[in-house]
Write a protein that binds this ligand. Sequence first.
Ligand SMILES: Cc1cc2nc3c(=O)[nH]c(=O)nc-3n(C[C@H](O)[C@H](O)[C@H](O)COP(=O)(O)O)c2cc1C
Length: 152
Amino acid sequence: MIGKSWYLLTSGTPEDYNTMTASWGAMGEIWGAPSFHCVVRTNRYTLQYLDRNELFSACFFDPGYKPALQFCGTHSGRDCDKAKQTGLRPVLLDGTTAFAQARRVLICRKRYTAMMQPEGFIEPETYERWYGTDPMHREFVGEVLAYYEKLH
Ligand SMILES: Cc1cc2nc3c(=O)[nH]c(=O)nc-3n(C[C@H](O)[C@H](O)[C@H](O)COP(=O)(O)O)c2cc1C
């Protein structure tokens, strides 16, 4: 679901939020709770919303929404209204923003954030390949508070 179908990472309220496409991330268990991990490069506008808000969502869509996700992953909320451009409808869900058309939604509470460290890379090629020219990622770990799935 994460790497192939991609997801929208969103934080804020429907009146003031930002969203971006992500295809990297992980789900698991840490600190006694189910967790969702994602990585956000420091130049993303969405990062400001993740910093300002306690909650975020990860929304997964049916394959027909790939063009909408492509748009949200190649344009910045600094320059356009992604919902208006794609037809995606932001909705308030458990205190954060999700999208009405999503098939599956995770609601997460931020528990940890930290920059990835260049010295942490075991293989210098990995660092060079992914951060040689692009800004570093900041990692977020959220506790999964709720999971919603549309059945039809
Ligand atoms: C398929 C796909 C996956 C992406 N995955 C990530 C990701 O995991 N982390 C990240 O920081 N950016 C990722 N991006 C890039 C952001 O979605 C893109 O830079 C976006 O325009 C940022 O929007 P913003 O400035 O409104 O936050 C991805 C883009 C695409 C198309």
